[in-house]
Design a protein. Structure first.
Length: 252
């Protein structure tokens, strides 16, 4: 850091950018295939983007010293919602570094885990702002199921890339679902986790009927939809049917 200061980089955010870019260039690998490095692409001020030259998976890296596991600011609200609807969201990497610039935590959210219910609209920028009226958004990490938050680094300990890739691969059937079905399936999966038991009954999920009807105000058939989505989650291997309306969450 002292050498960076000597080189004329004065602000902490400038240094953070250099440190995280360099770390990523040396350490970041593709979780979607076996490629051991990813290529930095277009430079934009808000986030750093990388692409895998083999499988073309895109990654966006956001970093900060403070770690908020619930919410992370993102770009424009409309742009994000459109990206979700057209299935064009990159994989998101969220990095927390220490005061001494070491990587403390690194979380990967696969691109196909983003749904409209995890995008929170922010207040429009005030009339005096340079981009007055512009509406940004937050990504609600708390609205993403635990499966969709893959740890690459936890408390300064790097996970084995092969286990990261195995986790990612296990989830890829979700990417093959149509966007509208995927949103429902992921929301039902999130409710399954809210039960906080690996075995659960259909009635447990019916208990979230109200919450789901807030997310889908036009839908009057929430219970049949829940049953249908549990089948979808079974077909892609995330839950098991035990019979008589009982289910089990599969962990890897
Ligand atoms: Zn790849």
């Amino acid at each position: 850091m002292n050498s960076l200061l000597a080189a004329g980089y004065k602000s902490r955010s400038q240094i953070a950018r250099i440190v995280t870019e360099n770390w990523a260039a040396c350490n970041l690998y593709c979780a979607a295939c076996e490629r051991s490095c990813v290529q930095q692409s277009a430079n934009n001020a808000r986030a750093i983007d990388f692409i895998c030259e083999d499988c073309k998976a895109g990654y966006q890296l956001k970093s900060g010293e403070r770690w908020n596991e619930h919410r992370i600011p993102d770009a424009g609200y409309n742009a994000m919602v459109n990206a979700i609807r057209s299935d064009k969201v990159p994989n998101l990497l969220i990095m927390q570094y220490t005061a001494g610039w070491r990587v403390r935590n690194l979380l990967l959210v696969p691109s196909f885990f983003f749904t409209e219910s995890c995008v929170q609209k922010r207040d429009p920028l005030s009339a005096s702002a340079r981009r007055a009226g512009w509406i940004g958004c937050n990504i609600l990490l708390s609205a993403i199921s635990p499966e969709g938050k893959i740890r690459l680094v936890a408390d300064e300990i790097a996970m084995d890339p092969s286990s990261v890739r195995r986790e990612y691969k296990r989830l890829t059937p979700i990417a093959n679902l149509k966007v509208a079905v995927r949103g429902w399936a992921l929301n039902v999966l999130r409710m399954v986790h809210k039960v906080e038991r690996s075995q659960f009954a259909i009635e447990d999920i019916y208990g979230f009927e109200e919450e789901l009807s807030v997310l889908y105000p036009g839908n009057r058939n929430i219970r049949p939809k829940i049953r249908q989505q549990l089948q979808v989650l079974r077909d892609i291997g995330l839950i098991e049917f035990l019979g008589r309306g009982n289910y089990r969450l599969r962990n890897g």
